[in-house]
Design a protein around this ligand. Structure first.
Ligand SMILES: *Cc1c(COP(=O)(O)O)cnc(C)c1O
Length: 484
């Protein structure tokens, strides 16, 4: 048997090669970054697909530089750059450099955070961060939590805990009869991962009761109170209320103290989905917007959104850590019950092998401190307000910004609702194809709108207003073409 080639393995015998490779990569990335002139090139899907599918994966290039150059051509040259001030589409953030430094260690050392014997001190790094986040939420000493892959998984796990808390035998028995009576209440602007979780948890679509929102698109308390009463009167169980702290479209923060009081009255699990608004936990000036969050049973925080961390980094934090026991499973080879005592994070997680994503937040906090992150959050919230104040009269605003989104459309005086509606998707496509700005689209009450999600603390209101001017210009051109 020939010996397998060793030089590709991360190993002290190849430290020089490792260092040279990483330098090559960092230099390659830096020079790509230097050539960026917009948030994307507007490449069309069929063109992007062909460049990739033409590659014969059975014929390696055998050379790192050649492979990087190929990767550049088929992906990086056309990628979307979230640091560009004219990227204002989804909840992607520009990332902080201390977190990128951590990534070097996360992937090379490659610990898995499932058991102590695979991560050692990493377990405590994660635990300390969870405890610190719990402290920021305002939880007491019984709190606990776990890093997850994202808000979707955090919400799923929260609802799993809520379900099994509602029926003590939830995960252990195949669909006990009580399960069909469980209901989850969330506002009509709650994240779709709540519906997905209901399906995954075997509760089905009808388990989710959507609650109306008020004029500010926050959950309407009267509607929640009526929905809770209706569920209870029908002999069903209000298993959980999912309040959102920062809805994805409007950044609305549901009235947490009042919702908590209603939940306490029914003994209902309150989950706060702060995937977006969680950055307010470190805001030097706006932390009070989350007042009442400490009364939730569980909270989702996405560090990869308003904490400027690379994907993926999220956490589920619970007020009473014992409730995480609903996901505990003992495997003889991993975390046998008899040995006990070892701090095994797998006992609290839906995942087994799990990245040491916590290290990114750790180095971020140790280098920059929480206030700097919070200042970034403050800045993007201010930016949204500044932009909304200074919009061209041909731009219509769906609602005043609450966090850092601005939902708008081109609709000059006299343009009908129908015509404005027809133009929105075409304006967005044209904007993308020009490659000079990227915005998102959404629907509000059945109509098309554009959405700017502002997460770049370096973007200025001039940068963002330049995007809205392009929207007006494209809108004028398209409207004139329709008229001809
Ligand atoms: C983004 C988002 C999620 C989903 O989080 P992922 O990290 O994308 O899985 C859930 N809830 C809200 C309110 C969000 O904005």
């Amino acid at each position: 048997m020939p010996t397998p080639p060793a030089q590709h393995l991360f190993h002290p015998a190849h430290t020089d090669q490792y260092v040279a490779t990483m330098r090559l990569g960092v230099d390659f990335l830096a020079s790509s970054l230097g050539r960026v002139s917009g948030p994307s090139t507007g490449v069309r899907p069929e063109v992007a697909a062909k460049a990739v599918t033409d590659v014969d994966l059975d014929r390696p290039l055998g050379d790192q530089r050649a492979a990087l150059e190929e990767m550049g051509r088929l992906w990086l040259d056309d990628t979307v750059w979230f640091h560009e001030p004219s990227y204002a589409a989804h909840l992607n953030c520009p990332v902080v450099v201390p977190a990128l430094l951590a990534e070097v260690f996360v992937s090379a050392v490659n610990p898995s955070l499932d058991t102590y014997d695979q991560s050692v001190g990493g377990t405590y790094v994660e635990r300390h961060l969870v405890d610190w986040t719990a402290g920021r939420i305002g939880y007491g000493p019984d709190a606990d939590g776990i890093f997850t892959s994202g808000g979707t998984q955090s919400n799923l796990q929260a609802l799993l805990l809520a379900r099994d808390h509602a029926i003590a035998t939830g995960s252990r028995e195949a669909r006990p009869p009580e399960m069909s009576g469980l209901r989850i209440l969330t506002s009509r602007d709650g994240h779709f991962s709540v519906q997905k979780a209901a399906r995954l948890l075997g509760l089905g679509d009808r388990a989710v009761v959507t609650v109306a929102t008020d004029g500010d698109r926050r959950m309407e308390l009267g509607a929640l109170s009526r929905a809770l009463a209706e569920v209870a009167d029908a002999g069903l169980t209000p298993m959980a209320v999912v309040a959102t702290a920062g809805t994805t479209d409007f950044g609305a923060i549901d009235p947490l103290p009042e919702i908590a009081a209603l939940c306490e009255g029914y003994g209902t699990w309150l989950h706060v989905d702060a995937a977006y608004g969680g950055g307010l936990l470190v805001s030097p000036t706006r932390r009070h917007w989350l007042a009442g969050i400490e009364r939730a049973d569980s909270v989702t925080v996405d560090f990869h959104k308003t904490w400027f961390q690379p994907v993926s980094a999220s956490a589920l934090v619970v007020r009473d850590g014992r409730r995480l026991g609903h996901v505990t499973w003992h495997a003889d080879y991993l975390n046998p019950r008899e040995i006990g005592g070892n701090p095994n994070q797998v006992d609290k997680s839906l995942q087994t092998t799990r990245r040491f994503d916590a290290l990114k937040l750790w180095l971020t906090l140790r280098v920059m401190g929480p206030d700097t992150i919070g200042t970034y959050v403050d800045r993007v919230v201010e930016l949204a307000a500044e932009v909304a104040e200074a919009l061209d009269p041909a731009i219509e605003l769906a609602a005043a910004p609450q966090l850092s989104t601005v939902v708008l459309r081109y609709r000059p005086d006299g343009m009908s609702e129908d015509e404005a509606d027809r133009l929105v998707p075409r304006i967005r496509t044209t904007l993308y194809e020009r490659g000079r700005a990227m915005v998102a689209a959404t629907k509000v009450d059945g109509r098309h709108w554009l959405k700017l999600t502002l997460l770049n603390p370096l973007a200025t209101s001039d940068d963002i207003l330049a995007i809205t001017r392009q929207i007006v210009e494209i809108g004028e051109d398209l409207a004139a073409a329709v008229a001809r």
